[in-house]
Design a protein around this ligand. Structure first.
Ligand code: 5AD
Ligand code: SF4
Length: 481
């Protein structure tokens, strides 16, 4: 139990919140893989678990790309692995609790395979108090690294093995844009593509601007090159990903905009193009035009509301009122009449009143969302909102949460029912998780469909007649052309 812990760098929230004006550095990484590590990896396996949002999913694809490049092979069970990576999420307390639970259970891996390496990375490790807990209480963790130094993974694994040390290396910095890292995409039909990293919005409840650094956009030419390659490989769907995609290129000063990027990627001819997440504040008229002019931009927009009370929105630092939000929804529906609108809503921001909450329900009833992710506010250490004394009891928040979920579910079901009898186009993902005689996929509006059809059509876009609907998915049968 006596492994020495070496701290190479520790996170610092104050540093993480800094936003200097200096130009962002673009790094073309040449991955350094020590030859002794390549030797070690022969016949050995890795397991990775990803928590949280698409930013983590994409980071995990990079991490897998790196591990495969070293020579490790993937495995489905963490207890069969020689290297286990947990890529963590810090957005709410319950996300963090799950990770601690999993790290706890991995102690058994050390008994089975004492030479195994357990590494924890992602947003949680960017938080100083979490690193302290991991360092002191979870001795089974060998490597702690962060969101800014994924490229250092081979060196860290090698050093931890050779010196038999625990290593902590987490930087709090604005960050750079690192290109050329490997990427392993499991899915051969649908791809996420990062267009930017970090976030500068500093919504008062949110930890992301601290854990992921300053907004850094990738250059348009690099994004285009990646998308062109995906189209060539036959990908059917590309999703452009960033915390705030409509603010794309505002940090670049080269005349690029998100509307221009969206239009250019659409013109590459990928059958389905999506983007996430849009901040209601940065939606421009040019974006509406790009959406209207390209039929392959899918009619599904994720537009986080967070709260329907303009007072609370102000306290959240969201920079729009509930009226402005509703006007944006109206405009979207004018441009794309069948657009599906989904959202994120937080209940119980500090001192949210009954009236504030009713205003959220009002917006919900106005918009009629196709789907929504709902959360009870979770204080995040270091954020401005966490310093507000909150007088609303948790029991009241839970009651509001239930009312919100029930209200939303009425719309979800009505939206689903409206598909019955219609024929929709579906990109076939594969066999249904619950029934291997059934195929599953998503409509252009991003609705899940389970249907009977031809398994040879996996990876293709087919027509499906909808015959039944539940709150969360549709049921149908494949029909000809
Ligand atoms: N508490 C609850 N929900 C949060 N989100 C972000 N920070 C918090 C928090 N502290 C939600 C927001 C965001 C989504 C990804 O997570 O709704 O859009
Ligand atoms: Fe968090 Fe707001 Fe940035 Fe979204 S826009 S990541 S909610 S700070």
């Amino acid at each position: 139990m006596g492994k020495k812990t070496v701290i190479k760098a520790s996170p610092d929230l104050r540093q993480a919140a800094q936003r200097k004006r200096e130009k962002i550095e673009f790094v073309r990484e040449n991955l350094i893989i020590p030859s002794s590590l390549r030797e070690h990896a022969k016949g050995r396996k890795y397991f990775i678990r990803t928590y949280g949002c698409q930013a983590n999913v994409l980071d995990s694809q990079t991490i897998e790309g790196i591990l495969i490049e070293i020579g490790f092979a993937p495995v489905d069970d963490p207890f069969d692995a020689d290297v286990v990576i947990l890529n963590t999420c810090a957005i709410r307390e319950n996300a963090e609790d799950k990770v601690f639970g999993e790290i706890g259970s991995l102690k058994a891996l050390k008994n089975k395979n004492p030479n195994s390496i357990i590494a924890v990375c992602g947003c949680m490790t960017q938080e100083p108090h979490i690193v302290k807990i991991l360092k002191e209480t979870y001795r089974q963790v060998d490597i702690i690294f962060g969101t800014h130094n994924i490229n250092r993974l081979p060196t860290l694994i090698n050093e931890s093995l050779e010196k038999n040390q625990r290593l902590i290396e987490v930087y709090s910095k604005e960050g750079e844009v690192i290109e050329n890292l490997p990427c392993h995409r499991e899915d051969k039909y649908k791809a996420f593509v990062n267009i930017m990293y970090g976030c500068d919005k500093f919504c008062t409840y949110c930890i992301v601007p601290y854990t992921r650094g300053k907004q850094r956009s990738r250059k348009k030419e690099d994004i285009m090159k990646e998308c062109e390659e995906l189209v060539k490989q036959g990908y059917q769907e590309i999703t452009l990903v960033g915390q705030n995609v409509n603010a794309y290129a505002k940090d670049l000063d080269d005349g690029s905009t998100f509307a221009d990027l969206l239009d250019s990627v659409a013109k590459l001819g990928v059958p389905r193009l999506r983007f996430t997440t849009s901040h209601p504040w940065d939606f421009t008229e040019e974006m509406f035009k790009a959406i209207a002019n390209n039929k392959n931009i899918m009619p599904a927009i994720h537009l986080p509301l967070q709260s329907g009370s303009s007072d609370i929105l102000k306290k959240m630092g969201r920079r729009y009122s509930s009226e402005e939000y509703c006007a944006l929804v109206d405009r979207l529906r004018e441009i794309v009449p069948n657009v599906a609108i989904t959202t994120d809503i937080i209940v119980g921001f500090p001192n949210e009143s009954d009236e504030d909450f009713e205003k959220t329900l009002d917006v919900v009833k106005y918009v009629h969302y196709d789907f929504a992710f709902t959360f009870i506010y979770s204080p995040r250490i270091g954020t401005p909102a966490s310093r507000i004394e909150d007088l609303t009891p948790m029991s009241v928040k839970k009651e509001r949460f239930k009312r919100l979920v029930d209200t939303l579910a009425i719309d979800f079901k009505a939206k689903s029912d409206a598909y019955i009898g219609k024929t929709v186009s579906v990109l076939v993902d594969g066999l249904s998780k619950k029934d291997s005689n059934i195929l599953s996929g998503y409509t252009d509006t991003n609705k899940l469909v389970n249907f009977t059809g031809n398994p040879d059509h996996i990876g293709k876009i087919v027509n499906v007649k909808i015959i039944d609907a539940t709150t969360y998915y549709l049921k149908g049968e494949e029909v000809d052309g």
